[in-house]
Design a protein around this ligand. Structure first.
Ligand SMILES: [Fe+2]
Ligand SMILES: [Fe+2]
Length: 211
């Protein structure tokens, strides 16, 4: 991503935050993001949007996807006898959980020299990213904690961010985690919406760049 694209994305991201989020603490949170690598960080080391600016782009992709899921798939069913949910989800909640769900990735990926074989089998170096987790608190958990430092959150917003990795976070951890995830899904449509928006964005809209 070019420096200009990163700057354009940053402005678009901040505009989305201010348009949809009126909750106390937003400006202090934006001040904090300014001091971090949020706008230039990649979204992953080896998978989706593993390039400078990927994290901000991914966050906006998840936001637009989550809004589309809500308006097209969830909202038309609310209150029907076939739907377990009655209450509408606010656009502010969708914006908060989408735009901030991966705050755990701030200062997580460090630029590093890596090795690979070229076409003729020779080892060559290239610049990539490695994970350096200074505070290994959990993926969704760390995003919740970072965000809550600046902003009061509703229970369903916390649950959506905590569980946004869905089963990927809990495959090896036994039934208690699976039950908790299922129970979270039953609390609010926001939990299912964010997880699926994250899956759709990272798997259908964001390629891996071969370094
Ligand atoms: Fe994530
Ligand atoms: Fe994500």
């Amino acid at each position: 991503m070019s420096i200009q694209e990163i700057q354009n994305n940053k402005e678009a991201y901040i505009a989305l935050c201010r348009q949809y989020i009126k909750r106390d603490g937003l400006e202090k949170l934006l001040d904090y993001l300014e001091k971090t690598d949020f706008y230039v960080a990649p979204s992953s080391t080896n998978y989706h949007l593993n390039i400078a600016g990927g994290l901000c782009q991914h966050s906006m992709n998840v936001f637009h996807t989550c809004m589309a899921i809500y308006n097209n798939c969830v909202k038309p069913h609310l209150g029907k006898p076939t739907c377990p949910f009655k209450e509408e989800v606010s656009e502010e909640s969708i914006a908060i959980v989408s735009l901030f769900h991966d705050l755990c990735k701030i200062n997580l990926y460090q630029v590093t020299e890596k090795f690979k074989k070229d076409e003729s089998g020779r080892w060559v170096t290239y610049t990539g990213y490695r994970v350096d987790d200074e505070f290994p608190f959990g993926h969704g958990e760390k995003s919740c904690l970072r965000l809550y430092h600046y902003m009061e959150l509703k229970q369903e917003e916390l649950l959506a961010i905590r569980w946004h990795m869905g089963m990927f976070d809990i495959a090896e951890q036994g039934s208690a985690q699976r039950y908790a995830f299922k129970a979270a899904l039953e609390k609010s449509p926001l939990v299912c919406m964010l997880h699926n928006a994250d899956m759709l964005a990272s798997n259908c809209m964001e390629v891996t760049t071969e370094m």
